[in-house]
Structures are given as C-alpha cells and as structure tokens.
Ligand binder design. Structure first.
Ligand SMILES: C=C(O[C@H]1C=CC=C(C(=O)O)[C@@H]1O)C(=O)O
Length: 472
C-alpha cells in the first residue's frame, strides 16, 4: 500500500511572523499544503511522508496509514536556537498535520493523498508555531528552512530572499475542457429529463475548463491572491505525490466537516445568485425562492442523514442565511453537533467522519447513488479531487475538511520534481503550466440550462480572475 516510514519525529517551536503573515510569505514559496482563512491557518513545506490510496477503500486506507504513524520527538534538533520549544502546543492543528485530498469518486484515477510536510507553520490569533517533521531522530532545522526559502531571524520566520518572490502570474490561455458549453447545456437538459422521470430529485452537474501558460504558474502567487481576495473562504492546497505532478488548490466557501475533539460542524451551501445583484435582490432571489430552497434543503438533509449515525446530537437551524462572497451569494446553513463514542469509548477518526459525510447533495444529488451514477454518465469527466474532501488533520483527531470547490488541479513540474529538466520551472521553484478548473451547479425540477451555465461561469470567476482571464 505505502512504503513510507511510519515512524516520524517532530518538534514544535514558538515563533513569530512579520506583519505580512502567512499570506505575505506565500508568493515566494512552493507549499506542499495550505489551509488559510482570514490570514490564519497552516502552511506546509516539503514532504516528510506521503500516503496515497484510490478506489472504494481510499478513506479507510488513508485512515489506516495515518493511525499507524508512530510519533516520536525529534531529538536535539539544532538550528533555530532563538525560537522556544512550544511545550504546550496541544491545540488543534498545532504540531504535525497531514494535508489531505480525497478523490470525489471511487472510480477516479486521482491519487487520494495525505502529505505530512517537513515544515509546518501554524498561525492562530494567539500564536505562531513552526513544526519540524523528519523520518529520523535528528534534523538540521536551519538547513531545512534554507532549502524551502525561509530563515529564522531572532525567532521571526522570514523569507530568505524577499526579492526572489515572483510578483506576477504569466498570461494564460483559456481552453475548453472535457465538454463544450453546448455539451454542458445538453447534460443539464438530460439531467432535467432524469428529474422529470423521477430517477433523481436533484443532480449536481459539473464542467471543466483548462488554462494553459507558456510559463510556469507559481502556485504560491495563486494561493496568496486567493487568500487575500477570498478571505471568507478556506484557501487550500495539497501538493503532488511521488510519481505524479498534480496539486489541487482553490478557495472553498463550503466546510464538509470541521472536527475539534468531539465537536463537529459543517457549512452547507446550495442555492446561488451572482454578485451582480444587490444584497436586497439577492436575498429575495435566494430566501424567497422555492427552487433555491429545495436545492438547499436537499443538501442540508443529506449531510444530516449521513452524519447522524456518527453523532450523539446534531443541530441545524430551520432557516438558511445568505452568505456573501466576492463572486456570488449562497444560501448557507451551519450545522453543528457532538460525535458519538464507539463501544470502546473512542471517537470516529476524521477520515471516517469525512467518508460518512461525503458526498452531500451540494455536490452530488438526491438520492446519492442514482445521482452519482448519472453524473458520471452525463459529465464525461473524471472529477479527480474536485468536490472531494480537502484540508488537514492532526494526530489528535482534529481536522478541517472543506469541499474542494472553486479551484482546480495544477499539472506540471514543481520544485520537488526538477528531474524533468525543466530549467525555468526549477529556477522559479514553482508549479505547472496547465490548470484544470471545475464548477458545478445543483439542478432541480425548475432549473433552466442557460442559467446553470451562467452560474458555472460565476463559480469559475475566482480562479479565472486570479489568473487574469476575467474581471473579478
Ligand atoms: C458544486 C459547486 O457548488 C456547490 C456549492 C454551493 C452552491 C451550489 C449551487 O448553488 O449549485 C453547489 O451546490 C461548485 O462550486 O462547483
């Protein structure tokens, strides 16, 4: 399954960051993992260990690999003597984490993955921590920081060379994806026929577009822009694994499951209008529209039904609220609850919870099985990580798994795969030249194909405007 060592050593330091914070460091870096919201979160560099899985047992296999890691302290780490050892680094996300991306479908060729970075910066309102992870008991932390473009300067993490950060993204060309817009309209029409025939009540149909560039697209720059422009969303990235060249990145507004000890919470979104409407018009079009409510209610209902067997209690407000993002407004419901302990008093693992919750009717449909089969037929697309769980988990069972929306798969050489002779990419220490972007829409009985196509454009806008291809 995986030949990676399962004994890992880690050490966590209390550090500080200058005012630009995580988002300010990003343009110069090639992260192996990112999870940032409102300037706080996690940034991983390098790979200390990776685990991959595919097929119907991908969640279970990844959970098994993660549970089998034997965590040991890093003995006599030497290097950043000016940073203090953070003894009490026992809050969620402090210490070692695995950045996680799971394929939407069991039939996907995408390698579901856990990446444990060599260096993890964790920034919360209270403090900043630097965790070092290695597969042996000793580590030269200064050398590791240098390798990844950082330095510890009197306890403050800084860029080694501020001038080296690429500022601009190269020009990209927008190309058709697996289906043309016309084919997407036909797929929506076919979905509506399946709804009329009673096969499904709701179906979420996605399409893709491809952006190519003659120059590498530095993912640190893309991520820093997304984190700045979509601060309300969770900006995510999970890097490539050995033998592959795909990383997933984006800024999602939807939380599949967030776990803090026994507490679980989710943000369910479904029902969308474009930001070109005023707040009042958007509220009318969302809150007073039966079609939008049906689409939304099915998504909430699926999450609640799927999570209930794992919970002791689960609360969901009776009415959704309107979430305002820079590109769209959504109907949103925040669900929260308490996980139930199993017979041996243990809580389900984060990946068990994610597996139960995935896929909700926000990204698949109702009923789940029939909708899943239909969308595979109609989309003509391997969704890969799109609409699958994405985020991080720690060794104590805390996790944030968003739904990988409003993003894409960056393909191409990275700083960790320089052996392909791509000198330009190696020099820039960054990513690929091709990114596949995805967007989907919930289809219910009254959906209008042209409106759904327009909605996919609104949902592609965060990535396309970050890439300079449409106005924001
Ligand atoms: C499937 C996507 O969005 C989901 C989340 C929010 C609103 C949605 C909608 O209104 O259709 C979708 O269910 C996507 O962004 O690709």
């Amino acid at each position: 399954m995986n030949s990676q060592p399962t004994v890992l050593h880690s050490h966590t330091y209390e550090v500080s960051l200058d005012d630009a914070g995580l988002t300010g460091l990003l343009p110069a870096l090639t992260p192996s993992g990112v999870w940032i919201r409102q300037g706080q979160g996690l940034l991983g560099l390098g790979v200390a260990a990776e685990f991959t899985a595919s097929g119907p047992r991908r969640f279970a296999e990844l959970a098994h690999s993660w549970a089998a890691v034997d965590w040991q302290p890093l003995e006599s780490p030497h290097g950043p003597v000016s940073a203090a050892f953070a003894e009490a680094a026992h809050y969620p996300g402090a210490g070692p984490v695995a950045f996680t991306s799971v394929a939407f479908s069991e039939t996907s060729s995408y390698a579901s993955r856990l990446i444990v970075p060599q260096l993890i910066l964790a920034v919360s309102a209270e403090r900043s921590l630097l965790t070092v992870v290695g597969d042996s008991a000793a580590a030269d932390v200064t050398a590791l920081l240098t390798e990844h473009g950082l330095v510890l300067d009197g306890g403050t993490v800084r860029l080694l060379d501020t001038a080296a950060a690429p500022r601009n993204l190269p020009a990209g060309q927008l190309q058709a994806g697996s289906q043309s817009e016309r084919q997407y309209l036909n797929a929506v029409t076919a979905g509506l026929s399946a709804i009329a025939a009673g096969t499904v009540q709701k179906l979420v149909l996605a399409r893709d577009v491809v952006v190519t560039s003659s120059q590498p697209l530095p993912r640190g720059v893309l991520l820093s822009r997304l984190a700045a422009d979509y601060a309300e969303c969770w900006t995510y990235c999970v890097g490539e694994v050995s033998g592959g060249n795909e990383s997933v990145l984006g800024a999602t507004p939807e939380m599949l499951v967030s776990l803090r000890g026994e507490r679980v919470s989710s943000r369910v979104l479904a029902g969308t209008v474009d930001r070109s409407w005023s707040e009042q018009e958007a509220a009318d079009r969302l809150l007073r529209n039966a079609k939008q409510h049906r689409e939304h209610d099915l998504a909430v209902q699926s999450l609640v039904e799927q999570l209930s067997p794992l919970t002791e209690s689960l609360q969901s407000p009776t009415d959704p609220h309107v979430l305002r993002l820079p590109n769209v407004y959504h109907l949103a419901t925040d669900v929260s609850g308490v996980l139930a302990s199993g017979s041996e008093g243990t809580l389900p693992s984060p990946l068990q919870v994610a597996e139960r919750a995935h896929p909700t009717a926000a990204v698949c449909g109702t009923p789940t099985r029939e909708a899943g089969q239909l969308l595979e037929m109609l989309e003509g697309l391997d969704r890969g990580p799109f609409a699958g769980p994405v985020g991080w988990m720690d060794a104590a069972g805390n996790a944030d798994f968003g739904i990988a929306l409003r993003g894409g798969v960056l393909e191409g050489p990275s700083s960790t795969t320089h052996d392909d002779g791509d000198a330009a990419a190696a020099e820039n220490g960054n990513g690929g030249r091709r990114i596949r972007l995805y967007a989907g829409c919930g289809i219910v009985a009254d959906s209008v194909p042209e409106d759904e196509l327009a909605e996919t454009r609104s949902k592609l806008r965060p990535m396309l405007s970050t890439l300079g291809l449409v106005a924001s």
